[in-house]
Write a protein that binds this ligand. Structure first.
Ligand SMILES: CC(C)(COP(=O)(O)OP(=O)(O)OC[C@H]1O[C@@H](n2cnc3c(N)ncnc32)[C@H](O)[C@@H]1OP(=O)(O)O)[C@@H](O)C(=O)NCCC(=O)NCCS
Length: 329
């Protein structure tokens, strides 16, 4: 089978129009703009309407990425959606997006590894292109986490938002992919999960009454895990690529908490202007956060050919990962 390089040809993103601000949250929860801003860096989140599903957000981001690449849906050989909020248990959201785009008989599947979804997806999509299996793959991170949040739980209701980011990967003589490091530890699912609605605990009326259809999180535990893993996995991915901290031009981290991002950036010795942060605008959009940040960075012209980017994320599983990438125009 042919071996080739891979590059990202374009990206696009979309977030629902409705906005939930810290001031809106102050009115319904025992919280404050000051607490949320200082503890998380978040100011606003975009929230989907009752009739807006994850595939609708994914579709809008996909259309923008296709337009930015001047490509048609039929130019894409495989669609991957990374999401923890699929439209249905099945079919896969990627199949729905491909059909809505009018792509016929195209490979499509979902990746479910929570907030690490884009990092895992970028590794899988790159491998599919570099191995020669597909010439072009669209990878979309898309979430409607507002629908999984208990609005009465101030520990989670302030954190999560909705959005989608899409990238198109294409076979290329010059290779952007430098390394990937992925990991997981499934021994403590209880610190970050949705307790009911799966085969372990179906969503019975009593589970519903107990609020087990919503995200449950032990924030402090997740915080400690996140800081440790962001640093360790970034170092491992850089080592695999024979790179040092000084070689990194851009850090594009999962946007879960500004303090987590700041500690990773400090460890890497990166100044704030080299770290892509948009958490104030979107909150935590799980698998969508990194591709939205990349799409915005590309649109603003920040990323230049030859730049080395570290994409790094962590989340439910627990799971984590980092990809190092050299931007090829
Ligand atoms: C959730 C998180 C913001 C909480 O911040 P924190 O500094 O760890 O705060 P703590 O949980 O220690 O709580 C400190 C106090 O603030 C309170 N508090 C919690 N949420 C609050 C809110 N929204 N507003 C006001 N006070 C709040 C707590 O009850 C606690 O009060 P106490 O000291 O009287 O017990 C932080 O732990 C975090 O970001 N964790 C990681 C989350 C994450 O990344 N999740 C997604 C993974 S992909």
């Amino acid at each position: 089978m042919a071996q080739t390089g891979v590059r990202i040809v374009a990206a696009g993103h979309y977030a629902p129009a409705a906005i939930l601000t810290n001031e809106d949250l102050e009115k319904v929860l025992d919280t404050s703009d000051q607490w949320i801003t200082s503890r998380t860096g978040m100011k606003r989140r975009h929230v989907s309407s009752a009739d807006e599903a994850t595939s609708d957000l994914a579709l809008a981001a996909a259309r923008r990425a296709l337009a930015n690449a001047s490509l048609k849906p039929s130019d894409i050989d495989c669609f991957i959606v990374a999401t923890v909020t699929p439209d249905y248990v099945f079919p896969a959201t990627a199949c729905i997006v491909a059909a809505k785009l009018g792509a016929k008989d195209t490979a499509a599947f979902d990746i479910e590894i929570a907030c690490s979804g884009f990092i895992y997806g970028l590794t899988v999509a790159s491998s599919l292109v570099r191995s020669g299996i597909f010439r072009r793959v669209m990878l979309i991170g898309a979430e409607t986490l507002s629908k999984l949040v208990n609005r009465n739980d101030r520990g989670t209701a302030i954190l999560f938002g909705d959005g989608a980011g899409a990238v198109i990967l294409e076979a290329s003589a010059a290779d952007s992919f430098l390394s990937s490091e992925l990991g997981s530890d499934g021994s403590r699912p209880e610190i970050l999960r949705v307790p009911a609605g799966g085969s372990r605990k179906p969503l019975t009326p009593s589970a519903w009454d107990a609020g087990e259809q919503y995200i449950y999180m032990e924030g402090r535990e997740v915080f400690k895990f996140a800081v440790t893993k962001m640093i360790a996995v970034t170092d491992s991915a850089l080592r695999k690529a024979n790179l040092t901290h000084a070689d990194v031009d851009w850090l594009i981290p999962h946007q879960a908490n500004k303090r987590i991002i700041d500690s990773a950036a400090k460890y890497l010795g990166m100044s704030n202007d080299k770290v892509i942060v948009n958490i104030h605008e979107y909150g935590n959009t799980s698998a969508a956060s990194i591709p939205i940040a990349l799409s915005e960075a590309l649109a603003s012209g920040k990323i230049q050919p030859g730049n080395v980017i570290v994409f790094v994320g962590f989340g439910g599983g627990l799971s984590w990962g980092a990809v190092t990438w050299r931007w090829v125009a």
